[in-house]
Design a protein around this ligand. Structure first.
Ligand code: MD3
Ligand code: FE
Length: 211
């Protein structure tokens, strides 16, 4: 059997969390191209946490808002603080894919106003955290993985809860909502490798409704 037979298989990771394996694979090259268009206007940067640490993940955004962190805290900002300009518009391709994925997981009418773009190099990690800067947790989050694979860390509603590990591959799309929306999660340090489309990089798009 070939992988293609499973290209659009849907797996339930948890209550409200659905893995749509390979849903973005056929559009991966166009997605990477569009990321290049965003980063020409708002380049990847390493944000500083409120505690003063430089994040190892490099980030940028597109859409009506962008997620930013600095010494003052975390927030969604309509202006890129580095350019002083609005974030680049969300490409139609991004929005269509996010809406389609949310609908496939049972979340109708998801209208993302932010796409946070994360860039991982070998060794980059994202420590366990909750995403709780959004206005209404009834909206799900949609994530698309591109390039090198990663180990997704999936915890509970308290930081100390047991953590499960799931591999995320190029083209995988995950929709997180309902009882899974406020779970702790993270990414284990990225292993070295080579991907034909991205080289030694993993890219992750997370679509959110900030307001
Ligand atoms: C589950 N990003 O940007 S995507 C993040 O792969 C983030 O770059 C990781 O965590 C990455 O905040 C994981 C999957 C993800 C994103 C947001 C979630 C899972 C989530 C919010 C709530 C629950
Ligand atoms: Fe997160």
């Amino acid at each position: 059997m070939t992988q293609d037979l499973f290209a659009e298989a849907t797996e339930q990771l948890d209550e409200g969390a659905w893995l749509l394996r390979g849903l973005a694979t056929s559009q991966a090259a166009a997605l990477v191209d569009a990321i290049g268009g965003v980063t020409r206007i708002s380049p990847f940067r390493h944000l500083i946490t409120p505690g003063g640490f430089r994040m190892s993940v490099a980030m940028t955004n597109c859409g009506s808002f962008g997620w930013v962190s600095d010494r003052r805290g975390y927030r969604y900002d309509p202006i890129d603080p580095e350019s002083g300009q609005p974030w680049p518009a969300m490409p139609k391709l991004f929005l269509n894919l996010a809406t389609e994925a949310a609908a496939a997981a049972g979340y109708g009418r998801f209208d993302a106003d932010v796409c946070l773009i994360n860039r991982y190099e070998p060794g980059t990690r994202l420590t366990l955290h909750q995403d709780r800067d959004e206005g209404d947790f009834a909206h799900p989050i949609v994530s698309i993985s591109l390039g090198l694979p990663a180990t997704f860390l999936w915890g509970g509603l308290a930081r100390g809860d047991r953590v499960r590990r799931y591999p995320l591959h190029h083209g995988d799309v995950v929709v997180w909502g309902g009882p899974s929306r406020l779970r702790y999660h993270g990414i284990a340090p990225l292993k070295d490798g080579h991907h034909p489309l991205t080289g030694n990089i993993r890219l992750n798009l997370t679509f959110r409704r900030a307001q």
